[in-house]
Design a protein around this ligand. Structure first.
Ligand SMILES: C[S@@+](CC[C@H](N)C(=O)[O-])C[C@H]1O[C@@H](n2cnc3c(N)ncnc32)[C@H](O)[C@@H]1O
Length: 314
């Protein structure tokens, strides 16, 4: 059966530490694996965001099992602040983000994320904005090459972009298998066994969904929403994501004070950090989890906590 196995679930719960009476946000509801466990761990309230309407629809059953405790919101976590304000929430005790796509999305050829099955070249997690086909058929060659290089770390980016431009002049590239074929003709398989199309597909997916912009907006807004004692837990799946999370948390915890307009030398910030890191180094899945769920292999969990005392539970 098509399903999504939650990644590093025990570690997520451990670092989020849900408590009775607390209000939490799962910014990436997906298959609801984290949400179900958070609701079971404490008598708390959970808001859950996903930009994929299919994920929100799947969550209705879990919401029905937890009357008044699970509130599903379709939207982007990069807009969590206005979405939660609209729901009357301006303080949270914890936020969790499990970045990237779900197995439901990857395994559904119709969503166009996978080079393993043929489908329309879509890759949108939500329903708005340009598709991967729009990028591949309309971006200028240099922009396409830069995207593959910067977001996919694809060394053959220029050659692939050139081949795409030649091919799209013959006929628009509208399927995953045609694009994968074009890439495979340029990039020889290496000894890692990773499909040569992997990096380019990752790059297009990140750009289609503005994933890095979403992370930046989401982290900043989560920090604004979390009250004293509140925790932010993020699971990242590739180095571009993890780098943003690492820098954000290090800045917040005062390791590298960000210069402020009012305090350009960072003197005031030094020693007055409002956050502490809960993970000095990123946590990785156990070998047993990696074995049981190969998709967990690249996961890295980082967490931080706002200093100060939590309000007593209601
Ligand atoms: C890895 S899955 C989450 C799985 C979930 N933790 C579970 O246990 O089932 C990621 C989900 O986040 C959603 N997502 C990714 N980026 C998003 C964003 N910027 N805003 C809202 N949802 C997003 C995707 O649509 C997908 O459903």
């Amino acid at each position: 059966m098509n399903t999504h196995i939650p990644v590093m679930l025990a570690e997520v719960l451990d670092h989020l530490a849900p408590r009775d009476g607390g209000i939490y946000l799962d910014g990436t509801f997906g298959g609801g694996g984290y949400a179900r466990a958070i609701l079971a761990a404490a008598a708390c309230t959970l808001y859950a965001i996903d930009r994929d309407p299919e994920a929100i629809a799947r969550g209705a059953a879990l919401a029905a099992q937890n009357p008044g405790r699970l509130h599903l919101i379709e939207g982007s976590f990069g807009a969590m602040l206005p979405l939660l304000r609209k729901a009357g929430i301006d303080r949270l005790d914890g936020v969790v983000l499990d970045l990237g796509v779900s197995s439901f999305q990857i395994d559904s050829p119709a969503r166009g994320f996978s080079f393993r099955a043929d489908g329309p070249l879509d890759m949108r997690m939500g329903q708005s904005g340009p598709t991967a086909a729009d990028l591949v058929n309309f971006l200028p060659e240099k922009d396409l090459a830069d995207t593959l290089f910067e977001l996919g770390e694809e060394r053959r980016s220029r050659a692939i972009a050139k081949a795409i431009v030649v091919e799209r002049a013959q006929a628009p590239i509208v399927t995953t298998s045609r694009l994968a074929g074009i890439i495979r003709a340029i990039v020889p398989p290496d000894r890692s066994g990773i499909d040569p199309a992997t990096r380019s597909f990752q790059a297009l997916r990140i750009r289609v969904n503005d994933e890095l912009g979403e992370i930046e907006r989401g982290l900043a807004q989560a920090a604004e929403l979390l009250g004293p004692g509140g925790r932010l837990v993020v699971v990242a799946f590739h180095s571009l994501e993890d780098r943003l999370v690492k820098r954000f948390m290090a800045d917040a915890a005062g390791r590298a004070p960000a210069p402020s307009r009012h305090d350009p030398a960072g003197l005031l910030a030094r020693g007055t950090a409002q956050w502490r890191l809960l993970t000095a180094k990123p946590l990785r899945p156990t070998p047993a989890e990696e074995h049981a769920n190969p998709r967990s292999r690249s996961a890295r969990l980082r967490a931080m906590q706002r200093l100060g005392h939590m309000e007593a539970p209601a």
